[in-house]
Ligand binder design. Structure first.
Ligand code: PLP
Length: 443
């Protein structure tokens, strides 16, 4: 049973309102360290970071400067009591689990999935072949050094292979950066409509996520810099951003790199940068600085989302750290082989980029209007902003019934919007027809 407790610099343990012990809390205490009552060390002991509240135990949750610290005290025996069940560190329970894009609708066949920004044309032919061939050797561990894939990326993009780290999707690299470079007492900064894994990974590392305001759904360097402090360890920006599709210039990114505190890493997430003609995604900035990292993925334009391959370009000191912590065989052999083939097929990359731009422009011209506001997107999706959350929800349901699956983006701070991936011709036409029918029914 959870009992009410007071908290602060000096903490009182109360049972049914009666103080039974009090202790001074050392607000500098490290996670896992012990705090004792100075008057009676045996009486109250606290393990910072352990949440309690088991039956028969008195729990004390301390917040504020102490963050989440917990004291556990068993009144009947006057002894410290460790909860009987395993407890995660307290920040974990603040995480709302990631919700992926929906892929089916009960009772509706022939759906078009526009909810996860996948490539509607799939991977290139050579990537499919390479993945199939690699499956034949499934009994053997994959390469732990990822040397072939790193060499392919290095060759195509003109980058040093030794500064590339591969991950099981860029999700893994985001998580590794947070684990390696932030923890309790540290801040991880991103923007208010930033990709949700930044927040999740920061909390999982025990760090404090800080969301900076954007200006008109776009990264604003000055507003972001307002969140910087000596506690800042990581700054994540996706450029183009998901779910807004907006992008800032290379000059802005350079200015941002100048503004980031020296002890912090700026991670430029280029999950969608392949859709932008002529951008290096921040690679030159990484090579020129010692605190900038670029993240890339094979899940979007390369059409390999299910194989889970991402990569980072990072300063040598950072690649060294990430390589120490990542799983030794974190990317599968089919993933490695398919990704190496995909990055080399430049004609397919150009084809997908062009098709995306063509249908993105078409969608924009057919959908945007007074009732549906849309920013110009640089990525493979559009953020459709309806007049109200109710209209967005009604449109979502209407589209679902027609087998067109878009993405609700309430958790990104857009309850009145839906995000729609730019599909192939059929997918785009079904989206437009679905929304035409929606407006016809509701107006
Ligand atoms: C901005 C951004 N970064 C990273 C990712 C993660 O991609 P993956 O883990 O598939 O490489 C996504 C996926 O949607 C994304 O939108």
């Amino acid at each position: 049973m959870a009992l009410p407790f007071t908290c602060g610099g000096r903490a009182d343990c109360r049972r049914a309102g009666t103080p039974v012990a009090s202790t001074r809390l050392d607000t500098q205490a490290e996670t896992g360290s012990w705090i004792s009552d100075p008057e009676d060390p045996a009486l109250v002991r606290a393990s910072v970071g352990i949440s309690v509240f088991g039956t028969g135990a008195i729990g004390l949750e301390v917040s504020g400067a102490c963050r989440y610290k917990a004291v556990c005290f068993e009144a009947s025996r006057g002894r410290m009591s460790i909860p009987a069940r395993p407890q995660p560190h307290p920040e974990i329970l603040k995480i709302a689990a990631y919700v992926g894009g929906r892929s089916d609708v009960a009772g509706v066949s022939g759906v078009v999935k526009l909810s996860s920004n996948e490539n509607p044309y799939g991977p290139c032919h050579s990537a499919r072949q390479a993945a199939r061939a690699a499956l034949e050797d499934s009994a053997v561990y994959p390469s732990g050094s990822h040397s072939d894939l790193r060499a392919a990326i290095a060759e195509v993009h003109g980058l040093p292979a030794e500064q590339i780290v591969c991950g099981a999707g860029s999700d893994e690299l985001i998580s590794l950066l947070c684990r390696c470079y932030s923890g309790p007492g540290d801040d991880v900064v991103f923007t208010e409509h930033g990709f949700s894994m930044y927040r999740i990974s920061a909390l999982a590392a025990g760090a404090t996520p800080r969301a900076a305001r954007e200006r008109d759904r776009c990264l604003d360097i000055d507003l972001l810099a307002e969140e910087f402090s000596e506690r800042t360890r990581l700054v994540f920006v996706a450029n183009p951003n998901n779910p807004t599709g907006t992008m800032v210039t290379e000059e802005d990114v350079r200015r941002l790199a100048d503004a980031v505190p020296p002890r912090a890493i700026l991670a430029i997430d280029g999950a969608y940068v392949e859709y932008v003609d002529g951008s290096d995604g921040g690679a030159s900035l990484v090579l020129a600085r010692d605190n900038v990292v670029m993240l890339r993925t094979f899940s979007k334009l390369h059409g390999l989302a299910s194989l889970r391959v991402g990569w980072a370009l990072a300063p040598a000191a950072v690649t060294d750290v990430l390589n120490r912590v990542r799983g030794p065989f974190n990317v599968t052999a089919p993933g490695l082989a398919a990704a190496a083939a995909a990055v080399r097929d430049r004609a397919y990359v150009t084809h997908c980029r062009r098709e995306n731009a063509r249908w993105r422009d078409w969608l924009f011209s057919r959908l945007s209007g007074p009732a549906l506001e849309i920013d110009r997107s640089q990525a493979n999706f559009l953020l459709l902003r309806f007049g109200s959350p109710g209209t967005a929800q009604a449109a979502y349901v209407h589209l679902l019934a027609r087998g067109v699956i878009t993405r609700k983006v309430d958790e990104y701070g857009f309850p009145h919007a839906l995000r729609a991936t730019v599909g192939d011709e059929e997918g785009c036409r079904r989206l437009v027809h679905g929304l035409d029918a929606f407006w016809a029914e509701t107006t």
